[in-house]
Design a protein around this ligand. Structure first.
Ligand code: FMN
Length: 206
């Protein structure tokens, strides 16, 4: 079948838009931000990825709006302070990660609400999730406005330069990060997720 997104994203026999089920698996950017007033925020974003490694940069996409109106807290905070932290969510943190997706008033600290402990960052104000096996401290590089939807729903790409990397020493074996210990989770389509606990190695042709 062929889909023209401008016409209909779920023609028969599709029950839902297949878009997110086809861009898979998507790593989850579990993003800590802080408002200028010091309110802490934590939320997951699966439109997230590394975009270059020298200097290392990541992006996440806060799309749509907060139920109170205006931008989602993560976007508003990063625009106010220019800082965010990416926390790596893994199998053992899956329930907590999901809890932090709940839409809450701006003043609510989702990290505490999910029963998570914060650990201080070294170079930025937003703290890390202490239990996350890795975290990147990031400085905002640029916010790009994407085309709005037909109904006016806004979308954005937030690009940050990674200025500090934390790794739990327990996931490093023989000088490399061991994927079977890291166990990252990733978003698939619909309400589905994947957990990565094994990989395979393939050398490049040149
Ligand atoms: C696994 C997962 C991935 C998500 N990915 C995104 C995303 O890429 N972009 C987005 O705008 N919302 C995404 N959401 C929803 C946000 O986490 C949710 O709107 C959150 O409340 C935003 O919080 P904030 O207003 O505190 O920034 C995702 C939710 C889950 C559970």
């Amino acid at each position: 079948m062929f889909i023209d997104p401008a016409v209909n994203m779920k023609p028969e026999p599709l029950r839902y838009s297949p878009f997110k089920a086809l861009v898979v698996p998507r790593p989850i950017g579990w993003i800590t931000t802080m408002s200028a007033a010091g309110d802490l925020n934590l939320a997951p974003f699966s439109f997230f990825n590394g975009v270059t490694d020298d200097p290392p940069c990541v992006m996440f996409c806060p799309n749509g709006t907060h139920p109170d109106g205006g931008p989602k807290d993560s976007l508003r905070n990063v625009q106010e302070t220019g800082e965010f932290v990416f926390n790596l969510s893994n199998w053992s943190l899956r329930e907590e990660m999901n809890k932090t997706a709940e839409h809450m008033p701006r003043s609510v600290d989702e990290m505490a609400a999910a029963g998570l402990e914060a650990a201080p960052s070294k170079l930025v104000a937003p703290p890390r999730v202490a239990a996350a096996p890795a975290a990147f401290e990031c400085k905002l590089f640029k916010v790009i406005d994407l085309p709005a939807s037909k109904s006016g729903r806004p979308s954005h790409v937030v690009i940050g330069e990674v200025i500090g990397i934390h790794i739990d020493d327990s996931v490093i074996v023989d000088g490399i990060v061991d994927i079977s210990l890291l166990q990252p989770i990733a978003r698939l389509g619909y309400m589905d997720y994947a957990v990565v606990n094994e990989g395979f190695t393939m050398m490049r042709p040149d």
